[in-house]
Design a protein around this ligand. Structure first.
Ligand code: BGC
Length: 457
């Protein structure tokens, strides 16, 4: 295959640095996502003591964020179609910051849950809008990599907040942590929140949204900065054509071609969660303890999970525009299936400890190169211009709802049907994801958003 020339990679007048910087700013939305979902793990013991929570109420205090996020995604599409991608992201940052402040103040669990839901609402919006904004501003040849920066930020947030929690809890004894420590853990979210809001004022609006609003001159200026004058003009032509040839917005999603796009978006979104990643993310220390690790080593193993997740997400960013989305999904889901069945069998035969650790780390690595970044990318790129806001909201809503189900049911499943059956169910769903991808998911590597749109016609 011919290698791209340097002119193809860096067209005259374009600035790759510019689009990378803009994508990094938007990807900070992923950092808030990671921070907010993981911060609670260091606070649960203290919250339970402070508010005298039953296990059920503790589960609710943890999972209410996903409910807030699901509600947020439901509004995200309309919001960003009406006010623009950039304003939707700023609004998400404001909600996240307010949520952080409010969740540091409560003296009742009801107030706490409401505060977390406000933050979750913001997370829901940014989880869908950040990848979508990056997809709409990136040149096709870099889109996979740039959108995946968002996932890198999610895993960085998850990892970093673990150390924030540790640093805060080391500042005082248990009594201090029960009255104050958890407030600091949650409240410190205002730091990334404010940073996100401030930096967003420096990025441009999405050219595809501008064109839909009849602001073609501004759109052309931004496209030129990203991809050089010649390509920018051609791209704007294609965007115009795509917008004119689409009738309505939501209704067209149910036309035969696009029905398939919606099916792919929603099924992959649900499978990203139902193959069990957050059973590992939220409950890793419990799983490692059940597999025979002591308190200290379960802590070290949790750090290992974060490190593997981070490193393999970087590998995925390197691969995603080279080998494509489909190959990564196929390799990832099959390795995940093997690992999940093996962990199930290990629990069944009492062969736990190192083996469980090894296969869980391999599972996380496989997720990090595939379903982690690729699903968010697919949701951001497979829908046509006019329907993208609303359609990607629908798929993300499915993702957050599926996340809620796993977070709530995993401990119950472990207690009732046991580890072997539970992990095997995740394994079967990983196999399903493999065959679903093989049969239905098209390759979108290197195609412009408008070319992808043509594939559904
Ligand atoms: C998922 C999250 C998950 C994270 C782990 C994201 O892509 O949407 O639910 O916690 O990856 O890395």
């Amino acid at each position: 295959m011919a290698q791209p020339t340097s002119e193809q990679l860096h067209p005259a007048g374009s600035s790759t640095g510019f689009v990378i910087l803009v994508s990094i700013v938007a990807a900070l939305g992923g950092l808030l996502f990671g921070y907010d979902t993981a911060v609670i793990s260091g606070a649960t013991d203290f919250l339970q003591q402070r508010f005298q929570l039953s296990n059920f109420m503790l589960g609710w205090a943890v999972s209410c964020l996903t409910v807030g996020a699901a509600i947020g995604t439901a509004f995200a599409g309309k919001l960003s179609d009406t006010f623009g991608r950039k304003k939707a992201l700023i609004f998400a940052g404001i909600l996240f910051t307010i949520g952080s402040i409010l969740s540091a103040l409560p003296n009742s669990i009801t107030f706490f849950v409401l505060a977390r839901m406000v933050g979750g609402f913001g997370i829901g919006i940014s989880s869908v809008q950040a990848p979508l904004y990056i997809a709409e501003i990136s040149p096709a040849r870099l889109r996979g990599r740039l959108v995946s920066l968002n996932q890198l930020a999610v895993v960085t947030g998850i990892f970093a907040v673990y150390f924030v929690d540790l640093a805060v809890s080391n500042r005082g004894d248990v009594a201090w942590n029960v009255s104050m420590g958890w407030r600091w853990m949650l409240g410190l979210g205002i730091v990334p929140g404010l940073l996100f809001i401030i930096l967003l004022f420096t990025v441009p609006e999405s050219p595809r949204w501008l064109e839909q609003r009849g602001r073609g001159d501004e759109a052309l200026r931004i496209l030129t900065k990203v991809d050089g004058e010649v390509r920018a003009k051609k791209e704007l032509e294609q965007i115009r054509h795509s917008i004119q040839s689409e009738r309505g917005n939501v209704s067209q999603l149910f036309r035969p071609g696009l029905r398939k796009a919606l099916l792919i978006g929603v099924v992959l979104a649900v499978m990203q969660q139902w193959t069990g990643i957050n059973a590992i993310m939220y409950y890793a220390p419990d799983i490692f303890r059940a597999a025979g690790a002591g308190q200290n080593s379960s802590l070290i193993q949790t750090v290992l999970v974060g490190t593997v997740n981070f490193l393999f997400t970087i590998l995925s960013i390197w691969l995603i525009d080279k080998v494509g989305r489909k190959a990564l999904l196929l390799v990832g889901s099959s390795v995940m299936a093997v690992c999940l069945f093996t962990v199930g069998i290990a629990f069944r035969h009492g062969t736990t400890g190192t083996w469980v650790l090894f296969f869980i780390l391999l599972y996380v690595a496989a997720f990090a190169i595939s379903l982690g970044p690729v699903v968010w990318l697919v949701i951001a790129e497979i829908f046509p211009n006019r329907a993208r806001g609303v359609a990607s909201s629908v798929a993300s809503l499915a993702l957050w709802a599926a996340d809620y189900v796993v977070a709530q049911l995993f401990p119950v499943m472990l207690g009732s049907i046991g580890a072997m059956v539970t992990f095997s169910i995740f394994g079967v769903l990983s196999l399903f994801t493999f065959f679903f991808t093989l049969g239905l998911v098209p390759e979108t590597k290197g195609k412009s958003l408008e070319e992808i749109e043509q594939m559904w016609r």
